[in-house]
Design a protein around this ligand. Sequence first.
Ligand SMILES: NC(=O)c1ccc[n+]([C@@H]2O[C@H](COP(=O)([O-])OP(=O)(O)OC[C@H]3O[C@@H](n4cnc5c(N)ncnc54)[C@H](OP(=O)(O)O)[C@@H]3O)[C@@H](O)[C@H]2O)c1
Length: 238
Amino acid sequence: MEKLSGKNILIVGATGGIGRETARILKPSGAHLFLMGRKSDELSALANELRIPIHHCFITDITEPAQVDAAATMIHAEAGALDVLINAAGVGIIKPMETLTHEDLMQSLNINLVGAFNLLKAFLPPMKERKKGLIINLPGVLGKTPMAGAAAYSASKYGLNGMLKSVREELKRTDIRITNIFLGGTDTPFWDTIDMRVQRDKFVSAEEAARAIWYLCQQPSSGVVSEMVLQPFNHQAI
Ligand SMILES: NC(=O)c1ccc[n+]([C@@H]2O[C@H](COP(=O)([O-])OP(=O)(O)OC[C@H]3O[C@@H](n4cnc5c(N)ncnc54)[C@H](OP(=O)(O)O)[C@@H]3O)[C@@H](O)[C@H]2O)c1
């Protein structure tokens, strides 16, 4: 297992259910954590709780390439290339086609797919120079298998999965790993605005999802965990 102490790790979506728990689980490892999100109050509260310097926190909208590039410039100036990029940012718009709007589709694609692209464009080049790094994304099981009402969300997450598979092909001559974790229903604020009957008490907990990411950060250097699937026991979609 790779040791995390001293590694430079960026958690994007650190203000979200999974991102926040991931920061909490990674902090004791001695890694240098950088946090990114949009809600400044929540980001500051997490930084205070974990004693992460405020200059390691970035209020960034990942759909805006200039904002992502500005954060990347500051992180690279201080830390050099990231060892691990964890993209736990995303939006869940789950609606049937009758009520799904063009705006819903564009928002899903912008955050879940274009945002991930902007992060790759900003953080991959220094990793390529070092020929080393780990990039973890969370396409979710709906990026691999369909569900009614998930047309926009699945379009964005299938797209993310496809983009990352293609990038993985480009990186085969390097030690840069691309790891995708396919989570099923996970109990986070993601579900607060989704109008669908779900049993959140049967979901994977945010802490268990974060523990899986913590494991992925330490994956053996002799191989790569290209995919991991973690889904509720009573609702195995894959
Ligand atoms: N929960 C599930 O059941 C589940 C299952 C499979 C996959 N996933 C995926 O896991 C990831 C994390 O989900 P979660 O459950 O932790 O959701 P969450 O609690 O709703 O958190 C979403 C995070 O994404 C950030 N975010 C959204 N739009 C952003 C933008 N434009 N720029 C920067 N950050 C942005 C949010 O930041 P702010 O709050 O600061 O705006 C927040 O930190 C998402 O990609 C989601 O699709 C979730």
